[in-house]
Design a protein around this ligand. Structure first.
Ligand SMILES: NC(=O)c1ccc[n+]([C@@H]2O[C@H](COP(=O)([O-])OP(=O)(O)OC[C@H]3O[C@@H](n4cnc5c(N)ncnc54)[C@H](O)[C@@H]3O)[C@@H](O)[C@H]2O)c1
Length: 279
């Protein structure tokens, strides 16, 4: 129980990777602020934590809205008296298409959640962590923070590369406040986001071609990496990007160009058919 009595905000923790992180941190004794845009989405995870003897509250906040995340941080302090750990997990998928075809709205939506959201949540908790003299920030990036995404969406890749930049800058800026900042970069993880964005064939094909260890990660495996970075064992680690990807970034991988281009074309054709149906 190496996080006993600590308080962690885990954004986007009502399902998927965020749920895995919340469960592992709670197992280690942390009080958890379970977050999603709607409070009712958080109920199941809060119940799971409480029924296994932990402490958790549900707080609704859209991470891309400053007022929401400021209120979430205030609620965490009100309920638990501190914020020791922030896990910036909330994220959204991109739109697979050629960059020239991406709309301004699609760009703004993904950058708003995946990058601005991370920035705003950091801003919201940093003053409290400074007051406490210590803190841990762990971002959930992606292998797309280091290479391009195999989802084929330019704005997703850019948003995650932005998180890598924020990671480095904040690690430097916050070092003398004893706040560490690191980013865990999952490869493929089978979650609702992955399910919504890909077909079973696409998932099977990417695992076969890209993942040396031969499978996607579990949500708990991402939680274990976050838990380590949030613990005292990682006190000297800051500004790092830790891939939990089954070796995706280690290997040369296969040329997925035809596969990704087909995925972009299919998504564009589906969008065009949908628009034509509306006319
Ligand atoms: N699934 C993967 O293969 C994979 C790989 C690499 C990185 N990631 C990253 O991991 C994170 C979690 O992904 P996931 O697959 O679990 O996704 P998911 O869609 O299954 O879960 C994301 C959660 O975030 C919440 N959320 C979305 N937008 C939000 C907002 N504006 N404010 C608050 N909550 C919001 C959703 O409601 C949901 O509960 C994301 O940052 C994603 O980019 C996922």
């Amino acid at each position: 129980m190496e996080l006993q009595g600590k308080t962690a905000i885990v954004t986007g923790s009502a399902r998927g990777i965020g749920e895995g992180i919340a469960m592992v941190l709670a197992r280690e004794g942390a009080n958890i602020v379970v977050n999603s845009r709607k409070k009712e989405e958080c109920t199941d995870v809060v119940k799971k934590i409480v029924s296994s003897g932990g402490k958790a509250i549900a707080v609704a906040a859209d991470v891309s809205k400053k007022a929401d995340v400021t209120a979430m941080a205030a609620e965490a302090v009100k309920q638990f008296g501190a914020i020791d750990i922030l896990v910036n997990n909330a994220g959204t998928e991109g739109h697979p298409c050629l960059a020239k075809d991406l709309s301004e709205e699609q760009w703004d939506r993904v950058l708003g959640v995946n990058l601005k959201g991370v920035f705003l949540c950091c801003q919201a908790v940093i003053p409290q962590m400074m007051k406490q003299g210590k803190g841990r920030i762990v971002n959930i990036g992606s292998t797309a923070a280091i290479r391009m995404t195999f989802f084929g969406s330019v704005e997703y890749t850019v948003s995650k590369h932005g998180v890598a930049g924020l990671n480095q800058h904040l690690a430097w800026e916050l070092a003398d406040s004893n706040i560490t900042v690191n980013t865990v970069c999952p490869g493929g993880v089978h979650t609702p986001l992955m399910e919504a964005g890909t077909t079973p064939e696409y998932r099977e094909m990417t695992v076969k071609r890209l993942v040396p260890l031969g499978r996607f990660c579990t949500i708990e495996e991402i939680g274990e990496a976050v838990s380590f970075l949030a613990s005292d064992r990682a006190a000297m680690i800051t500004g790092q990007m830790l891939a939990v990807d089954g070796g995706v970034l280690a290997g040369f991988g296969e040329d997925l160009r035809p596969v990704i281009r087909k995925r972009m074309a299919d998504a564009q054709a589906a969008a065009a058919a949908k628009a034509a149906g509306r006319q």
